[in-house]
Design a protein around this ligand. Structure first.
Ligand code: NOJ
Length: 489
């Protein structure tokens, strides 16, 4: 039946009434444009740094070795009912003993950078006092192995494993004493290791461990503090960051660089009109007022203080100065879009839209799929805070990874997720957004906090009984991206 109509008839039916359009359509159709070569792909900047990431408590194991003290996560994971699969990270990936093999996994990806964390309770088992003489030995060995393999270390100083003693003595982050203890520890580590570590992340995901650890109580240390006390905890962590920036500069080698690694509240324009983009800029400041904005601007926003009212944190002008100490780079952990916003006439100028229940997510329910976050978040952060060096300190996804009988893991959903986020990140770098590197979370499956070992985020599958590591299909995908320094669409 279709063949009875000429193209011209069809164009008429479709409302393309002028002959010109129909003729043009016919011409194009008869001579199709050649498809561009897939290997003219979307390239990242030449010096872009590709890496992977892990953290101490999630992979190391060896919790009682070489003088390590207990952390709040040891206590928490050993408390019945806190971890979904009733596991602890006592052994986890046994990375403490298998670090050489694990460095080999990074090397096999072709990645040139590795973000790991140093366990504070290994270095100061009680959080303060005399350092454990064996506390940094493991990291000495790890660093030497990384450097021997041409992999640049990026160390995080706090990835949630607070020495239990600080929780017991000071209420943990409820006290500025913990902030001071953190600064001493950070200075000590910088003094010892900045001959080999040039880049330090201070604190990982303040926005997560403050709310979940001290607000809802679902993470360690499991407290449910009222809003005022919670704002003070946030403030103390910001102070810890600022004090640590100063001690790292004082004790580290010249050229040591420092910045946070934050799960920024990711604000995206719901539809990218100029008005909504402006609204997303305002939202980026206001919805990050309790941490990123105060460390980058050295002050709390008026809207934050007005909203907090009597619950606002108590602080001095001197503390704000410390908190606002200049940093060298901004680390952004980007997973799910948090808020889609539109412009509003009501101050401060944005409205957050409700997220529909049907919004797609990955195997972790919180992990909404919003690849455009990898474009907008660094772009808005660079503009709002005028930063010239950004690292994506984490991005990745969980997946229900199953080993096939022939020992493969076809994690196609992870590849889909990464491909889409990386395409958006490339778009940002192509437009000049100053993202200098990317750390994929995670190198290998590990202890996913309250989910235990049930949620797998690795490029390598780990059998936690045998400790066998197996490259997933996504490891091949990532190796290809790294090798080409580019992403196919
Ligand atoms: C953020 C945290 O920094 C990391 O520890 C965690 O495993 C990943 N997100 C995935 O949830």
């Amino acid at each position: 039946m279709f063949s009875r109509f000429s193209r011209r008839h069809f164009a008429k039916m479709a409302g393309l009434s002028t002959l010109g359009i129909a003729a043009a359509t016919a011409r194009t159709a008869s001579k199709p444009k050649p498809v561009t070569d897939r290997h003219a792909p979307a390239r990242f900047p030449d010096d872009f740094l590709w890496g992977t990431a892990t953290s101490a408590y999630q992979i190391e194991g060896a919790v009682n070795e070489d003088g390590r003290g207990p952390s709040i996560w040891d206590r928490f994971s050993h408390t019945p009912g806190k971890i979904a699969d009733h596991s602890t990270a006592d052994r986890a990936n046994d990375h403490y003993h298998r670090y050489k093999e694990d460095v080999g996994l990074i090397r096999d990806l072709g990645a040139k950078a590795y973000r790991f964390s140093i366990a504070w309770p290994r270095v100061f088992p009680e959080g303060t006092g005399a350092p454990n003489p064996r506390g940094l030995d493991f990291y000495d060995r790890l660093l030497d192995e990384l450097l021997a393999n041409g992999i640049e270390p990026f160390a995080t100083l706090y990835h949630w494993d607070l020495p239990q003693s600080l929780q017991d003595r000071f209420g943990g982050w409820q006290s500025a004493d913990t902030a001071k203890a953190f600064a001493d520890y950070a200075g000590h580590v910088a003094g010892r290791l900045s001959d080999r570590i040039r880049n330090f992340f201070t604190i990982n995901e303040t926005g997560r461990f403050v709310y979940f650890g001290y607000g809802s109580g679902i993470d360690a240390p499991g407290l449910q503090l009222p809003q005022g006390a919670l704002n003070q905890v946030h403030h103390n962590v910001a102070l810890a960051h600022g004090l640590a920036v100063q001690t790292i500069r004082a004790k580290g080698r010249a050229g040591t660089r420092v910045g946070p690694a934050e799960n920024i509240a990711a604000c995206l324009p719901a539809i990218d009109t100029p008005d909504n983009i402006r609204a997303a800029e305002i939202a980026t400041r206001e919805l990050n007022a309790g941490f990123l904005n105060v460390i980058l601007e050295g002050k709390y926003t008026e809207a934050f203080l007005a909203y907090a009212g009597k619950d606002a944190p108590k602080y001095t002008a001197e503390e704000l100065k410390i908190i606002g100490s200049p940093i060298d780079f901004l680390g952004l952990n980007i997973y799910a879009p948090q808020s889609y916003v539109v412009a509003s006439d009501r101050a401060p100028g944005f409205e957050v839209l409700p997220i529909p229940a049907s919004f797609p997510h990955m195997s972790s329910e919180w992990l909404r799929i919003g690849p455009e976050a990898a474009y907008w978040v660094p772009r808005l952060a660079a503009k709002v805070w005028n930063v010239d060096t950004i690292y994506i300190s984490e991005n990745g996804t969980s997946s229900i990874d199953q080993l096939t009988p022939d020992g493969k893991v076809y994690d196609l959903d992870r590849i889909m997720y990464l491909r889409n986020y990386l395409a958006q990140l490339q778009r940002a770098t192509a437009e000049g957004v100053p993202v200098r590197g990317y750390f994929l979370w995670s190198l290998m499956d590990n202890f996913e906090w309250i989910f235990g070992f049930e949620k797998r985020f690795g490029l390598y599958h780990v059998d936690f009984d045998t400790q066998v590591r197996t490259a997933k299909l996504s490891a091949s995908f990532y190796r290809d991206v790294v090798a080409r320094n580019a992403i196919g669409a």
